[in-house]
Design a protein around this ligand. Structure first.
Ligand code: AVJ
Length: 309
């Protein structure tokens, strides 16, 4: 595993646009930092999504109708998924996330609170194709909240939606939350909170990479840099070199790899695409979802959709 990750990071860090995948944000510390981000005044997506889900709880439950299996994509601490249990009453809860230990602890905790629901935790990388052959005959509701879909490049969104529409096998749907494009000031602040939690979340990826592959990134050499790229309609997160830096990636028995960065060089860590309602609904429709219902907050900051095949 270490060799595979080292190779993956060697390729991404030496590419024309050096990068570290956002999946490296979510170790134990990173998952907890994200839980704090969701509490921040500046980070409105979580609050707006909850407002919509609470306001339209009956409508979303009616739209979903009955649910055999709730498949929670990127479940994290499973709190958002569990808030659906009383309204859509799933018989099974299948939680998927990249952060294995964190997810397993959350599901074990939840199982005690809801013994009547059969639960399972699955460590998966959502950027890879998904298949649920054992759930084929059941009515599945895929749940993908929090605008995590924003991490996917638009063409990858099309593949992801087509994959999920197919996995619905004519019996089920996708309940999804997405952040809508808005004024740059509000977007910028949501990813540059004055308390510095987002900066810590971003920098923590370097510590996670050091732990996973034995590299020697020094936090003091890097700073958080996030901005809204209006032409691409996305927030871009980067780590910027404060000075000329050399990073060593161990060769695991073969020669070590030294990567040099000059002061001001960037390592890209995340895109968070922002959509209009029209753009997003069109993507769902083109992927095979025929019946799409949408709900938004009074400021139209965030959008929740239930898309059925
Ligand atoms: C979990 C991907 C939805 O992009 O808004 C929060 C992650 N990054 N602050 C987002 C994140 C910086 C978040 N998602």
């Amino acid at each position: 595993m270490k060799q595979i990750l080292t190779q993956e990071l060697l390729v991404s860090l030496t590419a024309d646009i050096p990068s570290i995948s956002p999946k490296f944000f979510y170790d134990g510390v990173g998952s907890h930092l994200f839980d704090v981000i969701m509490l921040l005044e500046e980070y409105y997506p979580t609050r707006m999504e909850k407002l919509i889900m609470d306001t339209y709880q009956r409508d979303t439950a009616n739209a979903v109708a009955h649910c055999d299996v709730l498949v929670d994509l990127g479940a994290g601490n499973c709190i958002k998924g569990s808030q659906l249990f009383n309204s859509i009453k799933p018989k099974q809860y299948r939680a998927l996330d990249i952060s294995k230990e964190y997810l397993e602890a959350a599901v074990a905790d939840l199982q005690k609170q809801f013994p009547q629901i059969e639960m399972s935790a699955h460590a998966v990388d959502l950027s890879l194709p998904l298949a649920f052959p054992d759930l084929q005959a059941l009515r599945k509701v895929f749940f993908y909240p929090g605008s995590s879909i924003g991490n996917f490049d638009p063409e990858k969104v099309d593949q992801f939606f087509t994959n999920l529409a197919h996995e619905c096998h004519g019996n089920g749907g996708l309940l999804i939350g997405v952040d809508l494009v808005k004024d740059t000031k509000t977007l910028h602040l949501a990813y540059n909170d004055p308390l510095g939690v987002t900066a810590a979340f971003n920098l923590n990826a370097l510590l996670n990479v050091n732990r996973l592959i034995g590299s020697n990134f020094q936090l003091q050499d890097w700073e958080h840099y996030a901005f809204f790229n209006a032409s691409q309609s996305r927030i871009e997160m980067h780590l910027r070199a404060r000075s000329d830096v050399q990073v060593i990636l161990p060769g695991n028995g073969s020669q070590d790899h030294a990567i040099s960065f000059s002061a001001g060089d960037l390592i890209h860590t995340e895109n968070s695409y922002k959509y209009t309602q029209e753009q997003f609904v069109e993507k769902l429709r083109l992927a095979g979802f025929a019946d799409i219902q949408c709900w938004t907050d009074p400021n139209q900051y965030f959008l929740v959709c239930f898309a059925k095949v």
